[in-house]
Ligand binder design. Structure first.
Ligand SMILES: [Zn+2]
Length: 239
């Protein structure tokens, strides 16, 4: 017997729509600004190198990784990884993304507290993520298919682990927004300052920030759904 829960769709449909809109927007904005060369005609890798060297982060390595929009900074390896669309591209979009990733390396160097917090909980959040789905899966099976009261406790445990991933997503938002505001400032300082250029960088980075906001809202909505389902808000367990 399949269990269909309308509450799941009521709580999560708007957040799924927001998440789809955010990922469509980041792709289309990146695509648009990939067509315009940046004023200094530098590749993403060159922009990142310039910013890192001038910000006292010469020890940070830059690597080329396959894929689209898979750019990231790895604090453990002190390595900035730029994807196909960024590494060799001389576009405004590539300069924006490269500067954003360099912004993360600078956060690391200046011990920006939210990045430190994010790095310190990443392992716990990863364990929390799979542990929560196992416990919630086992709990649902016990509760709805085997009618065992143990299922309720397994689900409570799952929701506690899930909270760790929600917390991680929430901490990620200010880290990302801060890296982007650093990026905009640094690009201006280094002569990437034509009107359209700054506008393009802003649009690309704002669109990227929305994907993190959407992910955080989605995680909170998912947590809210679990809490409502477990009756922790309504005070009953049989609705
Ligand atoms: Zn970032």
């Amino acid at each position: 017997m399949l269990y269909f829960d309308p509450l799941y769709f009521i709580v999560l449909l708007p957040t799924m729509a927001l998440s789809l809109w955010a990922s469509w927007r980041v792709r289309s904005t990146f695509q648009r600004w990939s067509q315009y060369q940046n004023s200094r005609q530098m590749s993403g890798a060159e922009v990142a190198r310039l910013i890192l060297d001038r910000s006292g982060c010469s020890q940070v390595a830059i690597e080329h990784v396959p894929g689209n929009l898979s750019d990231h900074y790895d604090p453990a390896a002190q390595t900035l990884r730029l994807s196909d669309d960024t590494y060799n591209s001389r576009s405004i979009a590539a300069a924006g993304v490269a500067a954003h990733e360099a912004g993360h390396a600078i956060q690391d160097k200046v011990h920006y507290p939210m990045l430190r917090l994010r790095t310190s909980i990443v392992g716990f959040a990863r364990i929390g993520s799979w542990a929560s789905w196992i416990l919630i899966g086992v709990g649902t099976t016990l509760m709805f298919y085997l009618h065992s009261p143990l299922g309720y406790y397994a689900m409570i445990g799952g929701v506690i682990f899930f909270s760790a991933t929600v917390f991680f997503q929430l901490v990620t938002v200010p880290v990302e927004i801060n890296a982007s505001s650093r990026a905009k400032e640094i690009l201006r300082q280094h002569g990437f300052a034509s009107g359209a250029e700054i506008q393009g960088v802003e649009q690309v980075l704002n669109a990227a920030a929305w994907t993190y906001v959407a992910a955080a809202i989605g995680a909170v909505a998912q947590l809210l759904y679990f809490l409502l389902r477990l009756g922790l808000f309504s005070g009953s367990t049989d609705d």
